[in-house]
Design a protein around this ligand. Structure first.
Ligand code: ZN
Length: 311
């Protein structure tokens, strides 16, 4: 991936702090998925650990860089979902992991420089884990850096957030996003960017895995259902079979487009019988359903309930 243009400002500010010897002990790197938070964090950490970095970027051939590339740098701890005793991957970060991390950070650095801990996704810490991390944040040792990555920082306790220097990525300007997509060789960049709601990283991934076809299919399904054609049960099955969350995003987007087009052209492309207010409710319901898919309720029932309100 080439350098992301919307990272430049955050990068420059962070490196200026580094040069003033004013780096914080904890960074919270947040913003929606698809904007390159992970790449930013990796670049920063590698540059921090590098023994001869230039303008904050790693040299890529010193001993530290080689260990980093091999994933075995002794002064870097990366924390993500661990395994349960039965070998199944957990869906949250638990307190034992944080305790282990704090113990590692309490030891001295092998290279005599920074010790870095990366927690990703930090918004997946459970309450006990967050509590344990708070102690580490309250008593930072010199030359230690905690880096928290989160798509949804609001899920983390405010006490944690307030102790971190926040770096937040927002959607870039459309022209920047389009230029980057074109440089990445994405065909039909404008359509992809539109489908992804202006998120260039998402647009790139989606064009690689057929999301634009799925988007068209969702619109066709909604049009057919609005006309009284098509079987809701059959649509539910198809949506659940592949990328249901993405399909619901496209469904909500289609409802929003219907509202917009109606305001200018009188009728929308889906020919929905819902009035503008009902379309607005349905848009919200589609987004709520998308969130609920992660929960314990049955996806087929949630989807069926949503489609029953569509006409
Ligand atoms: Zn290096």
């Amino acid at each position: 991936m080439n350098q992301l243009p919307w990272h430049a400002e955050h990068w420059a500010r962070l490196q200026a702090r580094r040069q003033r010897d004013a780096l914080p002990h904890a960074l919270l790197i947040c913003g929606m998925a698809g904007l390159g938070k992970r790449e930013f964090a990796q670049r920063f950490v590698q540059g921090l650990l590098c023994q001869q970095s230039v303008d904050g970027d790693a040299c890529r051939h010193c001993r530290s860089c080689l260990l980093f590339a091999a994933g075995t740098h002794p002064d870097l701890v990366s924390l993500s979902f661990g395994l349960r005793k039965d070998g199944v991957q957990r869906s949250e970060i638990v307190v034992d992991q944080i305790r282990e991390l704090s113990a590692r950070l309490a030891m001295s650095s092998q290279f005599g420089g920074w010790q870095v801990a990366l927690i990703d996704p930090a918004d997946a810490m459970n309450a006990a884990a967050a509590n344990a991390l708070l102690k580490t944040l309250e008593e930072p040792s010199a030359q230690t850096m905690l880096i928290l990555l989160a798509d949804a920082p609001w899920r983390m306790p405010p006490t944690i957030r307030s102790r971190c220097q926040r770096i937040e990525f927002h959607l870039p300007a459309e022209a920047d996003a389009l230029a980057w997509l074109q440089a990445e060789g994405v065909r039909d960049a404008a359509a992809a960017l539109n489908a992804a709601g202006g998120n260039p990283g998402l647009a790139r991934v989606w064009t690689q895995e057929g999301a634009l076809d799925r988007r068209m299919e969702v619109r066709k399904d909604l049009t057919a259902l609005a006309a009284g054609r098509g079987q809701p049960l059959e649509v539910v099955k198809r949506w659940l079979d592949s990328e249901p969350a993405q399909r619901l995003w496209f469904a909500a987007q289609a409802a929003a487009d219907e509202i917009k087009t109606r305001a200018t052209a009188g009728s929308g492309p889906l020919a929905s019988a819902l009035d503008v207010e009902a379309l607005g409710h349905w848009y919200n319901a589609a987004n709520r359903t998308r969130e609920s898919l992660r929960g314990p309720l049955r996806g087929d029932l949630l989807l069926l309930e949503l489609l029953a309100q569509w006409r």
